[in-house]
Design a protein around this ligand. Structure first.
Ligand code: FDP
Ligand code: ZN
Length: 283
């Protein structure tokens, strides 16, 4: 891995250890909302502040942006990479003690940046164990994190061709008719429903077993819920690098260029054939 990218993910590893240690004490709501109007937990704010401070301290990092703050924070002395983070994805799962994650996208253009400017991406999954997937240079590596240490679990991670699981967000009555018809079709193909309500945890099931995860367009919310720059882009990049596909319903998420930092988009990622089938069903 190039030194600068290595430094970014080394920082993510040490920060993940601190975030994990602090979770038990940080389940309370902070007295604030994020730029998308969602209530922040103390843990969201803590993870965001650690990542901001530590990532901006890396010479090659020129700016930091996250789901938890309005605008991009520039480093004092420039740097060629721009990092977009979802510091604690799925943090509403902290209440019920279910999976959560940290999502990271490294771009070589200032934010908001198009998906084509991604040079590396990754996510940490805080599950029964802590793991991290990193996509860089055309390959995805899975690590086991143990405190500040990491060891390789799997080189060249690829999404299984034979899909097993699916999980989609949003209330079923709010789904569009075309999307509901697609879900009926894939259920008829004997896929199993697995949905936990944290994107990283749900996506990691798709990486492990094959299948599709999505947060679709809703009748009264055609843009869906997830954020393109902080969630759609990095996760789409991990999945496409692992041989899968990503889509906003019509095109690859990596083909999208956000016009504003917190732009939302429908997100679908997973086994190639299921994403193709989805785009055909929605067209
Ligand atoms: P959360 O609001 O808990 O941070 O980031 C948004 C997100 O979680 C995703 O992780 C998750 O996939 C989605 O929202 C879950 O939304 P629903 O509660 O509507 O299913
Ligand atoms: Zn998120």
């Amino acid at each position: 891995m190039a030194d600068a990218i290595e430094a970014v993910f080394e920082t993510v590893v040490t920060t993940a250890a601190d975030v994990r240690d602090a979770l038990a004490e940080q389940r309370a709501y902070a007295d604030a909302k994020n730029p998308s109007g969602e209530q922040q937990l103390a843990a969201d704010v803590y993870a965001d502040e650690l990542l901001e401070e530590r990532l901006l301290a890396i010479d090659a990092v020129g700016s930091y942006a996250s789901e938890e703050r309005d605008s991009v924070i520039d480093a004092d002395d420039g740097g060629q990479y721009h990092v977009a983070c979802d510091p604690l994805d799925g943090s509403s799962n902290l209440q019920s003690n279910n999976g959560m994650g940290t999502i990271v996208g490294v771009f070589d253009e200032p934010l908001p940046a198009p998906g084509s400017a991604l040079v590396a991406s990754g996510f940490v999954l805080y599950g029964p164990i802590t793991t991290m997937l990193v996509a860089h240079d055309g390959t995805v590596t899975e690590y086991l994190l143990d405190g500040d240490e990491r060891s390789v679990l799997t080189e060249d991670v690829t999404i299984p061709d034979d899909p097993v699981v699916y999980g989609f967000g949003g209330r079923i009555p709010d789904w569009t008719d075309a999307f509901r018809a697609y879900v009926d079709d894939i259920e008829a193909d004997r896929l199993k429903l697995r949905y936990g309500g944290a994107m990283v945890a749900d996506v990691n099931q798709v990486v492990t077993y094959g299948g599709i995860f999505g947060y679709p367009m809703l009748e009264d919310r055609p843009e869906g819920k997830l954020r393109l720059q902080f969630e759609g882009h990095p996760i789409g990049h991990v999945i496409e690098t692992a041989g899968g596909a990503s889509s906003d319903g019509a095109q690859s998420l990596l083909a999208r260029d956000p016009s504003e930092l917190h732009e939302r988009t429908p997100v679908f990622v997973g086994t190639d054939s299921l994403v193709d089938q989805l785009e055909a069903a929605l067209s």
